[in-house]
Design a protein around this ligand. Sequence first.
Ligand code: SF4
Length: 478
Amino acid sequence: MSDYPPKAALGATATIKFPDLAQKYLNYPQLRSNLTRATGTIRAKRAGVVSEVPGWEEMRQAAAEIKDFSIANSDTLLTELEATVTAHGGKVHFASDADEANRIVVEIASSHRFTEAIKVKSITTDEIGLNDALQEAGIAAYETDLAELIVQLAHEMPSHILVPAIHKNRDEIRALFARTIADDSLGSTPKELAEAARLYLREKFLTVPFAVSGANFAVASSGAVAVVESEGNGRMCLTLPKVLVTVMGIEKVIPDMEQLPLFLELLARSSTGERMNPYTSIFSGVHPGDGPEEFHLILLDNNRSSLIAHPLRFQTLRCIRCSACLNVCPVYERASGFAYGSVYQGPIGAILVPQLIGVEKSGSLAFASTLCGACYEVCPVKINIPAVLTSLRATYNQSQASSFERVAFGTAAKLMSNPASLRWGSRLVLRLAPRFAKVPLSWQNALPILGRWTRWRAIPLVRPAKEFRSVGELGRDE
Ligand code: SF4
């Protein structure tokens, strides 16, 4: 039985309590050491390949603008995509929520009496809980991405949007494979582990006639869908089965093919720190004698369209799921992906999840950040994650504040908006804080409201340096 949580669809948990989950997973030293090593390696690789590209900033800006255009015009682009996919022999389905998307996939599988499905890594299908829906319908789903296979065999939640098994080291994977798909004679070199997975998966690729994939991009003008992956397992999923269903969020659409190379370059360098992605499959509709005989594209909304009109938060939909923000986030590295309680972790999870399932259920995620800005700096589509986080914090605080807090913060706002009262208030705090700091910590922590601050932060014993006292001591002769 794993120590880590089992996979659950987005919104399946009643409330995500980030502080409690973070507290729990901070106590797993092996998890922290695995994460530190893995994120450190990816960070260094990314920094190296990004620094060699002249005009990286201009590329980020261009990608952000294309995404913003696509989001603002998603209604016409999606209609165009439907027409072009249909013209190439595919079938497009619109799904307003997870249940509808799952129902469509199950209906397609059932109409062919399929009892098995192979899947290429699709975080969107994790979001909707597709594997559970398939299982309920008597259809066994097999993950074919190596990292996804590992978490599926371990019955665990993915802990990273790109490397779902990043929390596991090689010895742990060896033990898991020896228990599930191999035997005790299995070695622990990467080659031996990959071979064990290959033998297990190859049989599925050659015998299962039904596949479900995700998509990284879809091109409205041509109906082409792009899937990028590192192992080639995805390409087998996309080409060998008779029937292929691709599930993608509506924000993945871009207008034209000419824009795709920009995103492919940004994605490869930002995600795995490679100059070019090893396997990029681009396909459209069906072609006799070449690939699946039937292709379905499911366009999933699941609350995404509610973000479009927000003047700040809409930029969340620019995300190309590169995971660069996770790899630089000090909170993610220490608390782990499990602390985010969902299939989307790290800074992107902290802004996306509250908007998809509601701040009342997951608003504490907006506080899972030091606001250091590292995520914004590395984001290839320039999502201002700190700004979105503070906006979500405001909404969450308004929804959660007790009447005492409302009065206290209302009074503080009034005092701070008046220079004279701010001056006198600051002087008072500067005088009282050092005295209060000498009160025993257990007494400080027992205080209502204030104790929630002192439990995690120390009150400074010394007065701030003179240059930092200018506001509080304005007008004072020294
Ligand atoms: S928010 Fe930006 S950095 Fe994070 S996963 Fe999305 S595109 Fe990548």
